[in-house]
Design a protein around this ligand. Structure first.
Ligand code: C2E
Ligand code: CA
Ligand code: CA
Ligand code: CA
Length: 268
């Protein structure tokens, strides 16, 4: 019994620490946002299917913490969402993406939109306002949303998507296949592109039927007039299987990780 209680105290201590860490990270992120200190937007190329040409890029947040060093988005995005900081953070990423789209007119620039941003009141108006104030063309910007935003309030989600598309934005459905009844959503939400989640790409040649699953997603996407991108391409074998399946675009470490703007400029 005693040792059980001891273990529980130990557990509480660990929980306390992780809570403190999260609160500290939230405070540091708020501080960073004041002048965007340590924050950067990097860009990962999206390759045309031959792998020879960069069609577009995905904007990805990077945060160099003064003491902790590089904090991965997988750690701080969730905290930014819980605290609402994702709203100014996401708006800043969009502004940076607008500037990049103006400096590299041959590229489409994709930006991740958090479900918290998407559901905030005035979201669509803010997106339009930012793009206008930067003098960018919304047709060169692609907003990546996840299936999660579509289920919470279907009616509002559809209205938002329609309003964004009417304003000229492209819409991509990110992490496709990881959500719920994925295929149903395609018929009800007017998106331009689906991004097949990297778990599917990485099961190619490992799990049986993975090629068949990807092929059917591509066929369905094409039948609905959508472009299909595959994420997480790391090997030549995956690249050729995805090309055979009819994908339009590839993204992954085989081509490049996310890089700073200056490096992207040299690549395209
Ligand atoms: P995501 O939107 O699915 O972005 C793709 C992630 O996969 C990126 O991780 C990218 O570096 C990584 N990746 C790309 N190619 C490969 C590959 O070949 N192999 C492997 N193993 N990974 C690959 P990153 O930059 O760490 O971002 C993680 C997640 O954080 C993103 O997933 C996205 O959900 C979120 N995130 C990043 N930047 C932003 C942002 O500006 N706003 C919002 N709301 N979320 C963001
Ligand atoms: Ca994404
Ligand atoms: Ca993704
Ligand atoms: Ca993902």
């Amino acid at each position: 019994k005693n040792s059980g209680r001891g273990q529980f105290r130990q557990f509480e201590r660990v929980m306390d620490e992780s809570l403190r860490t999260r609160q500290q990270i939230a405070a540091d992120l708020r501080q960073a946002l004041l002048h965007f200190d340590g924050l950067a937007v990097w860009y990962q190329p999206l390759m045309e299917i031959s792998g020879q040409r960069v069609d577009g890029v995905e904007a990805l947040l990077r945060w160099q913490h003064p003491e902790r060093g590089e904090v991965p988005p997988g750690e701080f995005i969730a905290i930014a969402e819980e605290t609402g900081l994702i709203i100014p953070l996401g708006e800043w990423v969009l502004r940076e993406a607008c500037k990049t789209s103006l400096r590299l007119p041959q590229l489409i620039v994709a930006v991740n939109v958090s479900p918290v941003q998407f559901r905030a009141s005035g979201f669509v108006e803010r997106m339009i306002e930012i793009v206008q104030s930067e003098g960018a063309d919304p047709q060169r910007l692609e907003l990546e949303i996840t299936e999660g935003v579509l289920i919470e309030d279907e009616h509002e989600a559809r209205n938002n998507i329609i309003a964004l598309r009417n304003a000229g934005f492209r819409i991509a459905l990110d992490d496709f296949g990881t959500g719920y009844s994925s295929l149903n959503y395609l018929s009800t939400f007017p998106v331009d592109k689906i991004k097949i989640d990297r778990s599917f790409t990485q099961s190619l040649g490992v799990a049986q039927n993975s090629a068949a699953i990807i092929e059917s997603v591509v066929r369905l996407g094409h039948a609905m007039g959508l472009m299909v991108t595959a994420e997480g391409v790391e090997t030549e074998g995956q690249m050729s299987a995805l090309a055979d399946a009819g994908c339009n675009q590839l993204q992954g470490y085989l081509f490049s990780q996310a890089v700073p703007f200056e490096e992207l400029e040299r690549m395209v």
